[in-house]
Write a protein that binds this ligand. Structure first.
Ligand code: SF4
Length: 457
């Protein structure tokens, strides 16, 4: 009979000092038998944390957890430890960067810039390691054996060549995948193109396919401060959990972590269900041994994103009085992006028309104001009949209201914001102000949990 997958849970109440955080990581890895003898003497270790955006926990993994993992790797004999990450595409392309916004709203942060701002770079270097952004990392084209949605990607050579690979996710809810844990965290290893176009309704399968390239040898999950609600970024809210989890089977770890988040059936999480189905790990809680704190003691009922607790349509159709929405034949991702586009349009004191999906039905003689009409997504841009005539008219008038992409993701929203700025409904100063408000919210929360932290902005 094969051995059960083991997942360790260590729990400790706040406030937590740096030493206590390190001790929690040591205990969690210790409950799996430690790292001694598992890392080749002088070998290279690659650690992949979740550094989603330029905000500290719960948006990004705690630098103290990362530093503790780096220390453990060296103690076990590693000769070189590289902390490698690629921030989210929203961070690379969309988030307003207040430092660069001297005249207008400049957008985007690089990964190493985020690592420096959050104090991750300093903590890793003080522990003897080095940091590397996926943008700068050498990549090789990899064919994914058994890939269903993803077949060939540019992938960091350092991970392929590492003697030991450690996945270091956070514990967060996510509007597209319900939660983001170990399996989803590996998406940050892909280049910008690989990450951007993965965000369709086959995202869960994409995530699972990435794990087919290289599974981690160890997962350490930072659940000190988790995120609930509309994660995994600014829309989410912090929750004190005081947890560190560790495991060698990332599917089992995700299964147990989602139970700790109050999800009673872990197989409702797409990445866990599909990875379990494809034999990449164990997603059955009855076949997993939990060491340390029992799930019942670690668990809190976190609020899931609203699109997982009520029908997505209820957030999209019949909601905003100033928007005439024509949506039909659209994937869930386009429905979600429509909700985001509508939230932006609803703030402007004008009437807008929004067209989404494969051949949405419009009335005969459909003729909305072309200056206030937006097409969202590649499918909408390929429609025929009256909608094509409308698009042609808009083209001739120089009205670029075409929010393309499949999915129409971050860049589509940037384009919509730019259009609203040009129409006088949004000011660049407001975007900078909003970015600073988000920053202060997360900075203040985390400072209260780690008084030794100061952002390097
Ligand atoms: S553009 Fe079309 S295929 Fe792509 S996400 Fe939207 S509805 Fe789906």
């Amino acid at each position: 009979m094969s051995e059960k997958a083991r997942v360790a849970i260590v729990r400790k109440a706040f406030p937590l000092t740096t030493e206590e955080v390190e001790d929690m990581v040591r205990q969690a890895v210790g409950l799996l038998g430690g790292l001694e003898g598992k890392i080749k003497k002088g070998g290279r270790v690659v650690v992949k944390p979740n550094l989603f955006a330029p905000y500290p926990p719960p948006v990004s993994v705690d630098r103290r957890v990362i530093a503790a993992v780096v220390k453990l790797a060296f103690e076990a004999g590693a000769g070189r430890v590289t902390v490698l990450e690629g921030v989210s595409v929203g961070t690379l392309m969309k988030r307003v960067n207040p430092e660069r916004s001297c005249c207008g709203a400049s957008r985007g942060f690089g990964t190493v810039e985020v690592m420096r701002m959050l104090g991750v770079k300093q903590a890793v270097e003080e522990a003897g390691g080095e940091v590397l952004g996926v943008e700068e990392a050498e990549k090789v084209m990899v064919d994914i054996r058994g890939g269903r949605a993803l077949h060939r990607v540019a992938y960091p050579k350092a991970v392929l060549e590492a003697d030991y690979f450690i996945n270091l996710p956070a514990m967060k809810t996510h509007t597209m995948t319900m939660v983001t844990l170990s399996v989803k965290n590996l998406q940050g290893l892909l280049d910008e193109k690989g990450r951007y176009y993965a965000h369709r309704d086959d995202l869960d399968q994409h995530m699972v396919d990435i794990s087919k390239i290289r599974q981690p040898d160890l997962v350490v999950l930072d659940g000190l401060i988790a995120m609930e609600g509309m994660g995994a970024g600014e829309g989410g809210s912090p929750v004190e959990m005081g947890l560190v989890l560790a495991g060698h089977d990332q599917v089992a770890l995700d299964c147990v972590a989602s139970q700790c988040m109050g999800i009673d059936n872990p197989l409702v999480v797409g990445t866990t269900r599909i990875a379990n189905h494809e034999g990449l790990g164990c997603g059955n809680p009855f076949l997993i041994e939990v060491a340390g704190t029992p799930v019942a003691e670690a668990k809190k009922k976190l609020t899931l994103p609203v699109n997982f607790t009520q029908p997505l349509e209820s957030l999209v159709t019949g909601v905003y009085p100033n928007i005439d929405l024509y949506i039909g034949g659209a994937c869930p991702t386009c429905w979600l992006m429509t909700a985001m586009a509508e939230a932006l349009l609803s703030k402007a004191p004008e009437r807008f028309t929004l067209i989404v999906g494969v051949d949405p039905k419009v009335p005969p003689g459909f003729a909305p104001d072309p200056a206030r009409t937006f097409f969202l997504g590649e499918c909408a841009l390929a429609t025929g009949g009256d909608l094509r005539e409308l698009r042609n008219e808009m083209q001739l008038k120089g009205l670029d209201r075409f929010l393309g992409g499949c999915p129409p993701y971050e860049q589509a929203l940037v384009k919509l914001e730019d259009a609203l700025i040009a129409m006088g409904h949004l000011r660049e100063d407001d975007l900078v102000k909003k970015a600073l408000e988000h920053r202060e919210k997360f900075f203040d929360y985390y400072r209260a949990h780690d008084p030794t932290w100061e952002p390097q902005v």
